[in-house]
Design a protein around this ligand. Structure first.
Ligand code: HAM
Length: 452
């Protein structure tokens, strides 16, 4: 039946996006054949139940450790106005110019899925005047970020970060503390092999001078460099330093170094960060190319690399960003922070052991055994004992297999014979021993055996 002749303009309009969308073809296919399988979007991945224990270790370690350093959690939205990222991260960065998921909202405003957490947290700090109530503000957040990068091992289009930010501290001591915290976090999660790299990218006083020195040196080699670099020599020469094109590497290595052009204040600041890291026993390597992929950094920048990750070897990165809060319309307060990529961190950890999912497995073998089993299950769970019951009426053998797979410590069986005798058979799975327990004592017995 066709509505074409009678439909209103509104109905036609409401149908239009559907007809233009990829749904239309499938809808018109009717019921013929197998339904098309829908897969996860390229660059996204499911974190399956077997992986969750590892993620919980990472999340719990963050909560435990950050509390000791005085950080409190903040949760900001997964999307923001596009302008926040354009102004915060820098229009010339790869993130803003190539990788953002940006869309027009129905009211015409441009929104973007957050590619990182710092800009959104800064917006929240300004919007809620958090610096008024807490002039030394330490916050952290955990959540998904979105960047349209080419997917490969350790690089996804949706990934998760633990993001840590401290506002209102100008002293180099916070730079050293943040680096120490980042390393302590990796170690608390069980990462042993890592390398810290460190640099200073100066500030508003010395950066313009260095940028000119760099631009001059680059112009002489421009014709030998990739197209992106040639453009950036004029727009943002610092970005040339983190160019990944293999043919450009030898040229980039020979460029003048920022550390040789720092103003006295930035030089002193960097010297003190390095001295304090040495006092704290933290090894690092200087890398003059570490400008990082975001424009907001001043002075200290750092990354932690792991050789076990392949091409995407940066587990975490951060630095100081004094000026960002002011540039986004807030007070002139300093900022320092870092973010850990949780997928990359999880890749560094051994897969979690298969975990036990229940303490007691109930096997009602006779039809009349179901009700007492349901009541026992309810009472055990209320007492804090992890309990499961197979309601599908499978064979005894398959239930024992299932109990074993679930890691049950005890299986309580109620069959016709047990019901006649007024007992449950309780099997200790590790010892392969079993005993009869009278009906009236079964709840206390199982609670006691499982410390419920
Ligand atoms: P970032 O270096 O862009 O810094 O990202 C931090 C970490 O996020 C990286 O070291 C990496 O582990 C992870 N990461 C980044 N992109 C991807 C991806 N496509 N797939 C998987 N993991 C990824 C920032 O985001 C700054 N906001 C850090 C910061 C906080 N600086 C100061 N405060």
């Amino acid at each position: 039946m066709s509505f074409r002749g009678t439909e209103s303009a509104a109905m036609a309009a409401s149908r239009r996006p559907m007809l233009d969308s990829p749904f239309s073809e499938r809808l018109s296919d009717g019921d013929e054949g197998e339904p098309v399988k829908i897969q996860a979007v390229r660059g996204t991945r499911d974190i399956l139940p077997d992986e969750i224990p590892t993620w919980q270790v990472l999340e719990e370690a963050a909560q435990r450790l950050l509390g000791r350093y005085g950080y409190r959690e903040i949760r900001t939205p997964a999307f923001e106005e596009t302008e926040l990222f354009a102004r915060g991260i820098g229009a010339e960065t790869d993130i803003v110019s190539k990788e953002m998921y940006t869309f027009d909202d129905r009211d015409g405003s441009s929104l973007t899925l957050r590619p990182e957490a710092t800009a959104g947290i800064v917006r929240a700090v300004i919007e809620h005047n958090l610096m008024n109530t807490d002039p030394a503000l330490k916050v952290y957040g955990l959540g998904p970020m979105f960047r349209r990068e080419r997917p490969q091992k350790g690089r996804y289009r949706q990934f998760h970060q633990l993001d840590v930010e401290a506002f209102g501290f100008t002293s180099p001591t916070i730079d050293a503390e943040i680096v120490e915290l980042a390393i302590a976090y990796l170690e608390a999660c069980g990462v042993e092999q890592h390398e810290l790299i460190l640099n200073s990218v100066g500030d508003g006083r010395c950066r313009p001078g260095y940028v000119e020195v760099l631009r001059k040196a680059l112009r002489e080699r421009a014709s030998e460099m990739c197209g992106d670099c040639q453009r950036r020599i004029e727009t943002n020469p610092l970005r040339v330093l983190d160019c990944k094109v293999p043919a450009d590497q030898a040229i980039v290595d020979q460029l003048p170094r920022f550390v040789d052009h720092l103003c006295p204040e930035c030089r002193d600041h960097f010297g003190e960060v390095r001295r304090q890291l040495e006092v704290l026993g933290i090894a690092y390597r200087l890398n003059h190319r570490l400008v990082r992929g975001l424009d907001y950094y001043v002075r200290t920048t750092f990354e932690v690399l792991s050789g076990e990750l392949g091409a995407q070897n940066s587990v975490l990165g951060g630095g100081r960003y004094d000026g960002l809060v002011r540039d986004l319309g807030g007070p002139d307060v300093a900022g320092t922070g870092f973010a850990v990529g949780l997928e990359r961190l999880a890749l560094l950890l051994p897969p979690g052991e298969g975990q036990s999912r229940c303490d007691v497995f109930l096997a009602p073998l006779a039809g009349a055994a179901l009700d007492p089993a349901l009541l026992l299950q309810r009472d055990l769970r209320r007492a804090g004992v992890r309990t499961m019951l197979d309601p599908e009426g499978r064979s005894f053998k398959s239930r024992m297999k299932q109990a074993d797979k679930l890691g049950a410590r005890l299986v309580a069986i109620l069959g016709e014979d047990e019901m006649k005798r007024g007992v449950w058979t309780v099997r200790d799975m590790a010892r392969s021993e079993q005993e009869d327990v009278p009906e009236g004592q079964i709840l206390d017995h199982l609670k006691e055996k499982t410390n419920g």
